[in-house]
Design a protein. Structure first.
Length: 59
């Protein structure tokens, strides 16, 4: 699969599409995927809420 090489000015969050200069930090993932720290925080909150919904297994 061919991927265009991204330039620093064209980098943006793959989730909210915010450009690099509008986010605190942009983290690179595989195959040209990027995620900003705001999206990471949002994902962590969603995951925590899902964990809280799970029943506690008996001991």
């Amino acid at each position: 699969m061919w991927h265009r090489k991204a330039t620093s000015s064209s980098l943006r969050c793959s989730f909210r599409h915010k450009p690099k200069d509008q986010v605190e930090q942009l983290l690179a993932g595989p195959r040209g995927i990027y995620i900003c720290t705001s999206c990471v925080d949002c994902c962590q909150q969603v995951m925590q809420k899902e964990r809280e919904k799970r029943p506690v297994p008996p001991r």
